[in-house]
Design a protein. Structure first.
Length: 341
């Protein structure tokens, strides 16, 4: 409940409490025990105003112990008010002020998120008023209205909580949609960058190939092979690449090595700083690699982000290749005992 709504509800509750207290002191018949009547009025005012204004660590919810106090007071006040008057005057308009007043107390308890206390206040009021003036008379003089107030208050609280829940749910959906939209924008921008890069890499080679009618020199064939490898890297492992990694892969291919890049989500859910560190480490590993075949794989693993395997390629098949390089880059930053990462 926001501050403005709570202020209005507080003002209404206090205003009705004062109204019932003023009605109680508008005596048309002198009470036989006026001090007992005044004590009942003052007790009611203290309890209802405290119930309205009492702050709790749990927010709008009323402290449980104060709910017990409200129930006890709801059982006591009708007896005090009735005992202050003679039996013939207990049904006078001013004498039954407590019926509406304690109905208000039940409503306040429900609004303060103590529904059980509110219904117990209504039950105590019903039992006490029926014992003092009779059940039918109590119903005729306002008990039905207090019951209706309590029911309406309970329904309003339920509807309010449902509305708040739905609003929060819609806000979460809106945030998710905004995040998805932002992700799509980033992906669109990345795709435009990839297309631009592809045109920049493959465009000149294709232009020369068409101009030469497919009759390429050895240098042109080498450049075409390198361009094909760069495009394949961009498609298969874009998140693993930066300028340093691209240059290291290019140099390895110029040395005659076959480099394959596979990105299977190994860098997902890592922050950009850690991704940059992984790319820099990958570039250093590739720069010093001397294997004939290099496989770079970023698999979904809880511990390892990137695995680099280098094979000699001396055997007749890949199964006979000897592993000359094996390097794993962890997902989390590793800190040595000296404190350096």
């Amino acid at each position: 409940m926001n501050r403005s709504v709570r202020s209005v509800a507080t003002s209404l509750a206090v205003g009705f409490a004062v109204y019932f207290a003023a009605r109680a002191v508008w005596w048309t018949v002198q009470p036989t025990a006026p001090l007992l009547m005044v004590a009942a009025i003052l007790l009611y005012l203290v309890v209802v105003v405290t119930t309205v204004l009492l702050e709790a660590p749990t927010g709008p919810q009323l402290p449980r112990w104060w709910g017990v106090v409200a129930v006890v007071v709801a059982a006591v006040i009708p007896v005090m008010a009735s005992e202050s008057l003679s039996h013939a005057h207990r049904t006078a308009p001013f004498a039954t002020w407590y019926i509406g007043a304690l109905g208000l107390l039940a409503v306040v308890c429900i609004v303060r998120r103590r529904a059980i206390a509110g219904w117990l206040v209504l039950a105590a009021l019903t039992v006490s008023s029926a014992a003092c003036i009779g059940p039918l008379v109590a119903l005729e003089l306002g008990l039905v209205g207090s019951m209706m107030w309590t029911v309406v208050a309970q329904l309003l609280v339920l509807f309010w909580d449902r509305a708040v829940h739905d609003t929060e749910h819609l806000a979460d959906i809106q945030q998710a949609v905004s995040a998805w939209h932002a992700t799509q924008l980033v992906r669109q921008r990345e795709r435009r960058v990839r297309v631009k890069y592809a045109l920049a890499v493959a465009g000149p080679v294709l232009t020369r190939t068409v101009a030469a009618r497919g009759l390429l020199t050895d240098d042109d064939r080498l450049e075409a092979r390198l361009a094909e490898g760069r495009l394949r890297d961009e498609l298969r492992g874009a998140s693993l690449l930066n300028d340093a990694v691209r240059e290291a892969i290019q140099q390895a291919r110029l040395r005659g090595a076959a480099v394959t890049v596979f990105d299977e989500g190994g860098l997902d859910e890592l922050d950009e700083d850690r991704r940059a560190e992984i790319r820099d480490e990958l570039a250093r590993v590739l720069t010093s690699a001397e294997a004939g075949r290099v496989i770079i794989r970023a698999a979904r693993d809880p511990q390892t982000a990137v695995t680099v395997v280098g094979r000699s390629g001396s055997g007749d098949s890949s199964d006979e290749d000897s592993v000359g390089l094996w390097h794993e880059i962890p997902r989390e930053r590793v800190t040595d005992p000296a404190g350096d990462s």
